[in-house]
Design a protein around this ligand. Structure first.
Ligand SMILES: [Zn+2]
Length: 164
């Protein structure tokens, strides 16, 4: 009974939140154009929905600047797309036992242009792309030329093969 009220207009919760907070979603056409333009590594970060920054153990902790407030700056480049840079601000303070301790107080992302002019961000003013939109676009390209009927048949066969 309750099922009748569900699923009439499928809506993603995320999509609704984005609309409420003034987000505009990029059109499928814009996403397709973007997917054609960027590298596989950029697509990987986009589809995953996050970058891969090395851990402190992996790269050590090195500061490469001091800001106006005296905070130490640390910059990390995404090991996957290599276009996203996480800028962290650290402060040192006197901990228990008079030992100096450190803590990260802020961080933000910056995007750089790659050596061949690659950019991570889509042209501004076209709306935001969600990881799901990127995945849908990549999948649609990979499956282009195949009919839905053929795909269903193949998928049914595969499920029978799995069962043995
Ligand atoms: Zn990345």
């Amino acid at each position: 009974m309750a099922d009748e009220n569900v699923g009439a207009t499928p809506q993603s919760i995320q999509g609704e939140q984005q609309t409420e907070s003034g987000w505009t979603r990029a059109s499928d056409e814009d996403v397709d154009l973007y997917v054609d333009r960027v590298t596989d590594e950029v697509l990987a970060c986009r589809e995953r929905g996050r970058h891969l920054f090395p851990t402190i153990r992996q790269t050590g902790i090195h500061f490469t600047g001091v800001d106006d407030d005296g905070l130490l700056l640390r910059r990390l480049t995404c090991t996957c797309c290599e276009l996203a840079v996480k800028v962290e601000k650290w402060e040192g303070f006197r901990g228990a036992g008079r030992r100096t301790r450190f803590r990260r107080v802020a961080s933000h992302l910056e995007y750089r242009t790659g050596p061949d002019g690659q950019t991570y961000l889509a042209p501004s003013g076209r709306g935001h792309m969600t990881p799901r939109q990127i995945g849908d676009s990549v999948a649609s390209k990979a499956l282009s030329g195949q009919t839905l009927t053929a795909l269903r048949k193949a998928a049914t066969r595969a499920s029978k093969d799995e069962k043995g």
